[in-house]
Write a protein that binds this ligand. Structure first.
Ligand SMILES: [Cu+2]
Length: 161
């Protein structure tokens, strides 16, 4: 009798252990299906005066899904451009937001994005490589100073741990 209940107990434990493992491995299977971690970076500035990213340091971790909101709150268009960063992530999609409404979704590899004044773009990605990158910049030229925004301070650092 004891033997039988022991057998049942062991079987039950094994089954639940197997099920738990199964559920866990299923979740780890598709990294792009996680609940996204939201981050916000704004593009700021006034033509002829200054241009900058805020914050100008971004931190990410490999294997997590991020929704990076890139919001242009300035009076000119800007690039969010970092080749090292785009080479270190897997992009799930990019969403274009206007007046808090999603108006377009782009899927596939993205190298850089450009955002126009008063608009927001969401970059959904999973970092796959670690590194410290100093090449975040904006190559748009200021019409008054004739300088690239990056030369006027629009640069940043991206850390993937
Ligand atoms: Cu710019």
């Amino acid at each position: 009798m004891i033997n039988d209940s022991l057998k049942i107990l062991i079987l039950t434990l094994l089954t639940s252990f197997y099920n738990l493992n199964f559920i866990e491995s299923k979740t780890l299977g598709d990294l792009t299906k996680q609940k996204p971690i939201e981050k916000l970076i704004t593009m700021n500035g006034i033509n002829g005066k200054e241009h900058y990213f805020s914050p100008n340091i971004l931190n990410f971790k490999t294997g997590k899904l991020y929704k990076l909101k890139i919001k242009n709150v300035s009076d000119s268009k800007h690039y969010f451009s970092s080749e090292n960063f785009s080479n270190s992530i897997f992009t799930r999609k990019v969403q274009v937001i206007q007046n808090n409404q999603k108006i377009a979704e782009v899927k596939g590899n993205i190298k850089e994005v450009e955002v126009f004044p008063n608009n927001t773009l969401e970059w959904w990605f999973v970092p796959v490589k670690t590194g410290e990158f100093y090449d975040l910049n904006c190559s748009v030229e200021d019409p008054k100073t004739k300088e690239k925004h990056s030369n006027m301070g629009m640069t940043g650092k991206i850390i993937i741990e």
